[in-house]
Design a protein around this ligand. Structure first.
Ligand SMILES: Cc1cc2nc3c(=O)[nH]c(=O)nc-3n(C[C@H](O)[C@H](O)[C@H](O)COP(=O)(O)O)c2cc1C
Length: 330
């Protein structure tokens, strides 16, 4: 692991070495994933919805505590627009707190119902949004410790406005008093140096670490990410105001075909968009038969290596970039 090079409000708040956070990843964000980020000097968020069964969820948390040898890791609580999908979360929140988790990434709907419990337990809450406007509102109205703003480039949900991280990394920190984390398209250390210079206190990555050795997906899915460039992804489901950036594949084309034909009956989409497809694809390697979240940072995910190697590389690239800037100044 690299020595600490950056000291930011997020490294201090989270008591971590590197200002690099690994966001929640549906189906993939398990104990190995979260622990590998922590053991590499950052923070990783185990994804609560990936373990709908409370006993399995608790076991996974205990496994992560073992893997980090007691170093804190985080839990992602993503609330989708469909309330029935969020039902497990309040029970899971209690389990997480009981198990000693004090770092949370919330996302999707504002975590209004969760916050009293989280704050009573002195937990650190990082809420993730896709626009500066939502970040300003969250920082003003919610008792959160920091806010993540993901730009249009991100894998998963880039929101509706689709403003790039290059813009949001300047505008966000300028207008928001609590620490701002920038995500979306981040996969190279030069970008880390740049967004820290712009005012961010850390970066959040998702796509870049899809190729980490500790991520359990089938080698054929990983190979697709390794081979993908910045443009090998596409946007789907914008017509339902639920835009997702995903790998270009057969099911992404099917969905786009329906959207282009003006079909607004969600039932016709279900066989292509249901979340269990992604689980099946990660398991079997049949990457064409699911919407698989992947962003433009696939351009940087060029080999399957341990998480720690990814972190070391990001830090080396960032320090080199800072050396370059210094050399350019008089
Ligand atoms: C495969 C995949 C699954 C994701 N699942 C979730 C999730 O369950 N909850 C969540 O809050 N964000 C999820 N995200 C978003 C990431 O946590 C993170 O915000 C995003 O990947 C950052 O942008 P990047 O992909 O450009 O690095 C997912 C992203 C990917 C690539």
């Amino acid at each position: 692991m690299r020595n600490q090079y950056f000291r930011t409000k997020i490294t201090e708040l989270f008591k971590i070495k590197h200002p690099i956070l690994c966001g929640g990843l549906m189906w993939l964000g398990n104990a190995e994933y979260a622990a590998s980020a922590v053991n590499a000097g950052g923070m990783g968020f185990l994804t609560a919805k990936t373990f709908p069964d409370p006993i399995e969820f608790k076991d996974e948390l205990l496994k992560a505590w073992d893997l980090t040898a007691g170093q804190p890791f985080g839990v992602n609580l993503y609330q989708s627009m469909r309330p029935e999908e969020n039902e497990v979360l309040s029970g899971h929140l209690k389990i997480a707190l009981d198990t000693g988790i004090r770092h949370f990434e919330t996302a999707g709907l504002p975590p209004t119902d969760f916050l009293p419990h989280l704050k009573e337990a002195d937990a650190i809450v990082l809420h993730k949004v896709s626009t500066v406007r939502h970040a300003i509102s969250a920082a003003r109205k919610l008792d959160i410790d920091a806010v993540t703003i993901v730009g249009a480039e991100c894998g998963g949900h880039p929101g509706l406005e689709l403003v790039s991280s290059l813009i949001q990394a300047v505008v966000g920190p300028e207008q928001i008093k609590i620490p701002v984390v920038i995500g979306g398209g981040i996969g190279h250390g030069r970008q880390i140096a740049a967004v820290l210079g712009m005012g961010a206190e850390a970066v959040l990555v998702g796509t870049r670490v899809l190729v980490a050795k500790e991520v359990w997906s089938h080698p054929e899915v990983k190979e697709q990410v390794v081979n993908a460039g910045a443009a090998d992804n596409t946007l789907v489901m914008a017509s339902f105001r639920n835009t997702s950036r995903v790998m270009i594949n057969e099911y992404a084309h099917k969905v786009q075909h329906l959207e282009n034909a003006g079909v607004d009956d969600f039932d016709q989409y279900w066989e292509f968009v249901k979340g269990s497809n992604a689980y099946d694809a990660y398991k079997t390697g049949d990457w064409n038969k699911a919407l698989l979240s992947m962003g433009q940072a696939a351009a940087f995910a060029n080999s399957i290596v341990p998480m720690e190697e990814i972190y070391d590389k990001l830090i080396d690239e960032a320090t080199e970039a800072i050396g370059r800037i210094s050399a350019l100044t008089q």
